[in-house]
Design a protein around this ligand. Sequence first.
Ligand code: GUN
Ligand code: ZN
Length: 429
Amino acid sequence: PSPRLSAVRGEIVHFLADPAADPRALEHFADGVLIVRDGHVAECGPAAALLPKLPAGTPLADHRGKLILPGFVDTHVHYPQTDIIASHGEQLLEWLEKYTFPAERRFADRAHAAEVAGFFCDELLRNGTTTAAAFATVHAASVDALFEAARARRMRMITGKVLMDRNCPDFLRDTAETGYAESKALIERWHNRDRLLYAITPRFAPTSTPAQMTLAGRLFNEHPGVFLQSHLAENRAEVAWVAQLYPQARSYLDVYARAGQLGTRAVFAHCIWLDDADRRHMAETGAAISFCPTSNLFLGSGLFDLRRARALGVRVGLGTDVGGGTSFSMLQTMNEAYKVLQLAGQSLSAASAFHLATLGGAHSLYLDDRIGNLAPGKEADFVVLNPRATPLLERRSAACATLEERLFVLMMLGDDRAVAATHVLGVPV
Ligand code: GUN
Ligand code: ZN
């Protein structure tokens, strides 16, 4: 049980808007205090102004020398792939067959699902991630397992049952009708219960029949407020396969569009091989992209064009995409995002990277009214980062002159070791 009122003191950094659009978006209190009431941010500001106002006896955790930021938002990750992270040697389609499908088969066993779900949530929190949009498997009970694990930890979690009725092993196959019915039952059981949100989850166009795609789109439109998550234009062989499977579609994105799957709260991972018509279509419908740099490099998928997505007004968040991705750490994900963009001559500022990992991710998921920064009224999910967590971090941070430099060093050299504490609804976990 959380005390009604508590406070933390440290160097506070968060965003009030997108720093790429508004140079005053980053708010910084070198000696700041964050006051939490009933799990929500009551106030956030300079210690000198807020400390005198704190009622006597309010618990105050002193994190001076450390940074306090909003909890990270991982907009695309697969909890059943926790155990195949770092599997060698393949690109997407072969990697799915060789590693992913066998790993996902094990989630027919509820006890296994529960054990992995618990580890997964703990690992997110250890890395400072307090909200994720996660794939489960085709098994409805794998969704129950993750929601139960997240609920026990009071986390905001989005997940859903994978829909897959062709081009996959029998042991992972549903049907258009059972997929629809089971997803609908899961929506009724879980969506909006505590902090949990449901995502209709067609794996990707190749593993669903047109009939399943249509029913998934119908379900999405029948349940306003529910999410839809999938993969889009990740790998060139995949894109060619989709063109064969759906010859009538103008593009890969058009397959989802024709099935009624674009709209607000639709999130598509990767989106490397899109054209501007696709990007415009995503922007117009409010669909979001999850940029997954560690996965895109690890699976050799390609280089995401953030500048173009931004220029055309598409919402973008960051995703780890574990186990195609190689780290649960959003700091490491920012590091790789920077490098991917370097290869395209695009320079990602530290402010933009931290924005993507917090408020930008929340905005891409239409959750920025509840999470993503430390504005009054927001859910008090935050992370305490130690810029001296390792000898190298300490040495390099000491040589920094500006906040931007310190944030950049943290995202390049930091990982779970830099996470001193993670708070969910104001409470350290
Ligand atoms: N496309 C379809 N399924 C997957 C998956 O599990 N991971 C990734 N990275 N891409 C996919
Ligand atoms: Zn994925």
